[in-house]
Write a protein that binds this ligand. Structure first.
Ligand code: DON
Length: 310
């Protein structure tokens, strides 16, 4: 695998970086507020020749936050099977913000609408197998290490702790679902695993490498070995299209047109089937919680390279 800087990519970064002025970094998780809002980096991993190009500080690390939801979903379906998972979590997009509780009350039987909103993701994390919270977390971490092909990938303990100590809303979602039988077990343990998965830390290069696995329907781009069964990779990519950018997913499908998943840390995972994986980090967010400059960057990149799958 070779990796080099790209003048073309850098031109796009330079063009969109002023947009970082118009957004804000997430601060509802205190540790996330400490980043530089003008950071912007991008890596593109080409699966056809295992080369990677990047622009910006491609080694700068950030936490996955909601991007972890799609990865943990892939593991949960492998652990429990399609029927078990989708008996408990729906498949429909929602026009509501990612942390909304309202639909849990109005839908019967309180089944979260999809695995990309917080309620659905918490229910999915609860499904990960293991004899202890430590084993369940370790299985998630090991799976993400395989996807990134990097044994050093792990969580940023201080970000995990910062979220653990402040996530009243996520705890409320959990207790609501527990009352209605959607999840079972100890909520504090679940919050421990969930906040760690959200705090998994990596660079835009690692993220592009994970995108490359999805671009190949779950196969490792270097060894050709299956990491995610094809049918499960397909389900994950479909959720990325319908719900990956939260309540901006429709607009994103029109403007960019690829499976993608964002996180409040400012990361975006993009997948161009059979072509490449894209990793972006730009922590300045728009009102819907997506990287403001990252979105524009992807839009330009997709337009120039005809990425849209539609
Ligand atoms: O649960 C949370 O609120 C965060 N750990 C993740 C949320 C997130 O990334 C939503 N993204 N747009």
């Amino acid at each position: 695998m070779t990796c080099h800087t790209s003048g073309d990519l850098q031109e796009i970064v330079d063009e969109v970086v002023p947009l970082t002025n118009d957004g804000e970094v997430a601060d509802y998780i205190p540790a996330l507020a400490e980043v530089n809002k003008h950071d912007l980096s991008v890596a593109v991993y080409n699966v056809r020749d295992n080369t990677c190009i990047y622009a910006g500080d491609y080694q700068k690390k950030f936490t996955l936050q909601s991007i972890s939801k799609v990865l943990v979903l892939a593991l949960a379906i492998q652990d429990r099977g399609y029927g078990y998972v989708f008996d408990r979590v729906g498949m429909e997009p929602t026009g509501d913000p990612f942390n909304s509780i309202s639909k849990l009350e109005t839908s019967v039987p309180s089944k979260p609408l999809n695995p990309m909103i917080n309620a659905g993701a918490l229910a999915v994390t609860n499904m990960i197998k293991g004899d202890s919270a430590l084993e369940r977390w370790s299985r998630i971490r090991d799976f993400v290490q395989r996807l990134a092909s990097d044994k050093n990938v792990t969580c940023d303990e201080s970000v995990a702790k910062s979220e653990f100590e402040t996530s009243c809303l996520n705890r409320a979602l959990c207790y609501f679902m527990k009352q209605h039988g959607v999840i079972e077990g100890n909520i504090e343990e679940l919050m421990d695993i969930y906040t760690k998965q959200c705090a998994i830390e990596m660079s835009c290069f690692d993220l592009a490498r994970i995108g490359a696995v999805f671009a190949l329907d779950g196969k490792d781009p270097e060894t050709g070995k299956e990491i995610i069964p094809k049918g499960i990779a397909r389900i994950c990519k479909t959720f990325m299209v319908t719900c990956g950018m939260y309540n901006a997913s429709g607009e994103f499908a029109i403007k960019v047109g690829i499976p993608a998943k964002s996180g409040v840390s400012g990361g975006i995972l993009g997948v161009v089937p059979e072509r490449c994986g894209v990793g972006i980090f730009g922590p300045s967010l728009d009102k819907r919680g997506n990287s403001i400059a990252g979105l524009k960057l992807l839009e330009i990149l997709a337009d120039k390279n005809n990425f849209s799958i539609f």
